[in-house]
Design a binder for this molecule. Structure first.
Ligand code: SAT
Ligand code: MN
Length: 590
């Protein structure tokens, strides 16, 4: 129960519509968590994993048709269609409410309605924001407990009068035909029905902390971004913080938990966040970032001692696994795990690796775990002001074209680089994997308003922030003619970040190219790494003709935004395209 009238009235109203058997107000305590887990073990929502090797770890198998975000069923329901922009699906708020309320009608019959007050960001932070999710899924409650600051303390802030985002969720009948993920940015409201999966159902994450928050951030003068945040400590003990925006399943969690290679003794990486950053301008004119989340909802496949030892160690206790396979002795198993053998696949069917044609774990299987279990967890994740950001990185999966790293020449150029981002699609969303699609700032699925307005707002930080971060583009995924990755990635990425940090401090040798500054030969330290000059040459190569075509494609993409496209951004594009060295007639058209 609550003393906040608006909240209690909303809960009553939802209960009248959905007709649950019980209403439970979550306090966020350990006892409550345990009761939920016990209930889910009893009714088969969860399976307990091996108690000795994976204490307090559980497996959840989602409905096989409900394993990823569903972008085609995700809508921004703003009053004006143009405010949602061509980057979003749009529905009128009226129609949306009508459609979805019909699905909510009686949806919680025989179930418990849980009220989850939560705080996105450190509980003491003035940059944190509040929310309340109503759900009929105990799995969602347990995940929200790990992913957010949930319960009493959040409710205290709400009862003290702070505004909060409302999120209504029901798993409904899980039929994809009855699934809708709706956002009402003007009402600071989310309604989601028909899915129990991560980003569709844990409403604090993408729905609140990105889609609604990006809209709210523009109203209030800050930024809500799909970025990891890490501190990089050098052997002298100095820590500098960076933020990086990569699309889902492109290695944000791995970079956020990076372990320095042997050739980097005395270096240390501190994880502040692995998925979302809320950035504001500090009194010192720099951008500061908080991580609104308290846990990780990470991709499991590929996680092992070599790729991400911190994550691998983090998920050995107190972890909820979703859609992984299991071994004979009930250990979780996934592709890329070096030990054990799966006997049951993610759907609970018998599995024999010798004859199987499909992976045992779902490619988008996930772990949910508290950030505090991470060996590289940064205490600064609790700092109310957050951490100052020296550099922002944009990147994606590009088998060709994009060099390992390049640096923007100005803030405006950096915004163009972010706006021009593209990446190969991954399993994090339903649809065809591998296709290159445009994904500006890695926010395509998450920007809650018109991208044209968003880029304009990003450009405005040249004025708002006196000392904005340097902006870089990275690509760990460039391939050679043999189809193999040219760069070893993972821990070795620190070498690339080191060059970027040097650039931020006015050192670091670079060659100027039309697309930006590229590391000069020898500027990235390669000691202890088996990579030849020719490969480095390929990794850093800038192919003007190919970039020219890329910028033509970007022009076409930008054109969709019509008059909402900032002129400054288009001028910047023309400037870069015009500087590329291409055959005569192309250049004269640039
Ligand atoms: O959207 S989720 O939170 O389910 C995961 C992701 O796609 O990043
Ligand atoms: Mn993400």
């Amino acid at each position: 129960m609550t003393t906040n009238r608006a909240l209690s009235e909303w809960v009553d109203e939802v209960a009248r519509l959905t007709r649950p058997e019980n209403v439970h107000w979550c306090d966020g305590g350990e006892e409550e968590f345990q009761r939920l887990i016990d209930g889910m073990l009893a009714d088969g929502t969860l399976y307990e994993l091996n108690r000795e090797s994976y204490p307090r770890c559980y497996l959840h198998r989602s409905d096989p048709s409900d394993v990823a975000r569903v972008e085609h069923l995700t809508f921004i329901c703003s009053e004006n269609e143009a405010d949602a922009g061509p980057n979003n699906h749009w529905m009128t708020p009226n129609e949306a409410h009508k459609k979805v309320d019909a699905l909510f009608e009686g949806a919680m019959k025989g179930r418990t309605l849980y009220v989850i007050p939560y705080c996105m960001g450190p509980i003491q932070s003035s940059h944190a924001r509040l929310g309340v999710e109503i759900t009929d899924s105990p799995y969602v409650v347990a995940n929200m407990k790990i992913m957010t600051r949930m319960g009493r303390q959040a409710l205290d802030r709400i009862e003290a009068g702070e505004p909060f985002v409302r999120g209504l969720h029901s798993t409904g009948d899980l039929s994809p035909d009855h699934r809708l993920i709706l956002h009402f940015p003007e009402e600071r409201l989310i309604k989601s029905v028909g899915s129990g999966y991560g980003g569709n159902a844990l409403l604090g994450k993408k729905c609140h902390a990105l889609r609604i928050a990006s809209w709210q951030a523009r109203d209030e003068g800050w930024l809500a971004e799909h970025m990891l945040i890490v501190g990089i400590q050098n052997p002298e003990g100095k820590t500098r913080y960076i933020a990086a925006a990569f699309p889902s399943a492109c290695g944000k969690t791995n970079l956020a938990m990076l372990i320095p290679p042997k050739a980097y003794p005395g270096w240390k990486i501190w994880t502040v966040g692995d998925d979302i950053a809320w950035l504001h301008v500090g009194d010192d004119g720099r951008l500061w970032a908080i991580n609104p989340e308290a846990g990780y909802f990470g991709v499991v496949p590929g996680t092992n001692e070599k790729t991400n030892k911190n994550a691998y160690d983090t998920i050995t206790k107190n972890t909820i696994f979703t859609n992984v396979a299991v071994t004979e002795d009930m250990e979780p198993w996934w592709e890329g795990k070096k030990t054990g053998k799966p006997v049951t696949d993610w759907q609970g069917r018998p599995y024999d690796p010798a004859t199987a044609s499909e992976p045992a774990a779902h490619p988008n299987s996930r772990f949910t775990v508290s950030a505090q279990q991470n060996p590289s967890y940064s205490e600064e994740a609790e700092a109310p002001e957050g951490v100052p950001i020296s550099a922002i990185f944009f990147g994606g999966r590009r088998a060709s074209l994009a060099p390992l790293i390049f640096e923007a020449k100005s803030w405006e150029h950096g915004v163009l680089i972010g706006a021009g981002m593209a990446s190969e699609k991954t399993a994090a969303a339903a649809g065809k994997v591998g296709e290159v699609r445009r994904d500006p700032m890695a926010m395509k699925p998450f920007c809650g308003y018109n991208y044209g307005d968003y880029w304009r707002y990003w450009l405005s930080f040249a004025r708002r922030a006196e000392h904005p971060p340097h902006i870089f583009h990275v690509n760990w995924f460039r391939k050679g003619a043999d189809g193999k990755f040219l760069w070893p990635g993972f821990g070795e990425n620190l070498r690339v970040l080191e060059w970027a940090l040097e650039r931020c401090e006015g050192h670091g040798d670079a060659d100027e190219t039309p697309i930006g500054f590229v590391p000069a030969r020898g500027a990235i330290h390669l000691e202890g790494l088996d990579i030849d000059n020719q490969t480095m040459g390929k990794l850093l190569a800038v192919d003007d003709e190919a970039w020219y075509s890329e910028y033509e494609e970007i022009a076409e993409y930008f054109a969709d935004y019509g008059e909402r496209l900032p002129e400054k951004l288009e001028h910047e594009r023309e400037r870069v395209a015009g500087a590329l060295n291409v055959a005569g007639d192309k250049a004269s058209q640039a």
